[in-house]
Design a protein around this ligand. Structure first.
Ligand SMILES: [Zn+2]
Length: 441
């Protein structure tokens, strides 16, 4: 294993500190020294590779705290639920993992996957079979009979796609324990869901307080944290009271519930890139304007709460929701930082801190990666230019010049060109065909 001395580069340390120019030494899998000590120690080490980063920036690799690597840029839930196959979606995930590296992502949390096969993808990457970012993952997302966000598509019991229905206390206990045995890093709970008849009310909390308490009790007893998808005040409040360790979305909260999250310092990953893309590009993609308005409201209405959480020191994590056609792999992992700046008023360095130091929480590696400091894992990114002056650089392939995971330089060459997989996506019949001779209305 090699040692690397990065010299003359601007260093963004991921902890929100001002940019400074200094040397950084990496030995094996870790950052060992910074500044003059790095230069001094490098003199004594045999075979150190020196990299001149003049005009470039060294920063911690991005951590995407909400990425579905098994969905393969699906354009609909039915495609994920009914068209995917187990081995093939795991192989495809490994192919797509390279795209994340090329986008500067060195770590990601996959909340839920089809066939819960992200456990196998993670283990394959950890064993070095392929290159990819560090992965932490959940198994199936737990839901009640009310369902998640896919309404009537979800079966009344058992598994549909990335969901599993648990009915009653016995099933909750058994499923949490099974997921821990299978290898979940986190237990994922879809705390809020939509019943089609009541869709106008938005997402409703679909669990009783004592059911959520039970999930957290069983998971925590085994040392495994719980993450909850929460929209709406009741969902967020009950999740916080139950002791959930990470909340996705956290929209629709009252001031009181926001206060509860602050009191308990529960990290939040708003994952609003999907909505932001719809706001900026929905019109071009033919998205229903009413839906665009709805998503815009979701971001704007939650801005005040998010600012309050951030000011109070609650970690906000960046998540892209990649895995859907609106947020394809490799394209938008940096984008949440733009959302945090534009809608929540953060500086570029604060937004970068969310995507690096705070992101380490998602990997269950807080204080071990996501920062440039002695003793941290060498999960690093070299950027051409200075992203603290232009955050958009992190969304440009040309600017991502080097990526290190666990002290190893990653191969950033383009993945092999790919052709369609048979039966993989749902064919569309296209637009409605009207007969000009028929009076339709
Ligand atoms: Zn998601």
């Amino acid at each position: 294993m090699s040692s690397f001395l990065f010299q003359n580069g601007a260093v963004i340390n991921g902890a929100g500190d001002p940019v400074q120019t200094c040397s950084v030494l990496v030995e094996k899998d870790r950052i060992t020294e910074l500044g003059p000590q790095a230069d001094a120690r490098a003199m004594q080490l045999p075979g150190v590779q020196r990299l001149d980063l003049s005009g470039k920036t060294l920063m911690p690799g991005l951590i995407d705290a909400h990425c579905h690597l098994s969905f393969d840029d699906a354009s609909s839930n039915p495609e994920i639920f009914f068209q995917r196959r187990n081995a093939l979606s795991a192989i495809t995930a490994l192919y797509n993992a390279r795209k994340l590296l090329r986008a500067g992502v060195t770590g990601m949390l996959d909340p839920d996957s089809v066939f819960e096969n992200m456990v196998d993808v993670r283990d394959a990457l950890e064993a070095g079979l392929m290159q990819g970012p560090r992965i932490a993952c959940g198994c199936y997302a737990l839901i009640t009979g009310v369902g998640g966000t896919a309404g009537g598509l979800i079966r009344d019991a058992g598994v549909t796609g990335y969901y599993k229905v648990v009915n009653g206390r016995d099933e909750i206990v058994a499923e949490v324990r099974r997921q821990v045995k299978v290898g979940a890093d986190w237990i994922k709970v879809h705390v809020s869901g939509i019943a089609p008849r009541y869709a106008h009310l938005g997402e409703q909390c679909s669990w009783l307080q004592d059911e959520l308490d039970l999930i957290c009790h069983v998971a925590h007893d085994l040392g495994v944290p719980v993450m909850g998808h929460c929209r709406g005040d009741v969902a967020n409040r009950r999740a916080a009271l139950a002791g959930v360790d990470l909340i996705f979305h956290a929209t629709g909260m009252s001031a009181d519930t926001t206060g509860l999250l602050i009191e308990r310092k529960i990290p939040v990953c708003p994952a609003m890139t999907f909505q932001a893309n719809m706001i900026d590009f929905g019109a071009d993609l033919g998205t229903d304007p009413a839906l665009v308005k709805l998503f815009e409201r979701e971001i704007i209405d939650s801005a005040e709460n998010m600012q309050r959480l951030h000011r109070a020191g609650v970690p906000l994590l960046c998540g892209s929701e990649a895995g859907f056609s609106m947020v394809p792999y490799g394209h938008w992992h940096y984008r949440e930082m733009e959302v945090f700046m534009k809608y929540f008023g953060m500086s570029a360095l604060q937004a970068i801190q969310c995507a690096t130091q705070s992101g380490a929480i998602a990997l269950r590696m807080a204080g071990q990666t996501g920062e440039i400091a002695a003793g941290m894992k060498a999960d690093l990114l070299v950027v051409g230019g200075d992203p603290s002056l232009d955050i958009g650089l992190l969304g440009r392939s040309q600017a991502i010049e080097g990526v290190w995971v666990d002290g190893k330089p990653m191969d950033l060459s383009p993945p092999l060109p790919r052709r369609p997989i048979r039966g993989w996506s749902l064919p569309s019949m296209g637009k409605r065909l009207t007969n000009p001779h028929v009076l339709d209305a």
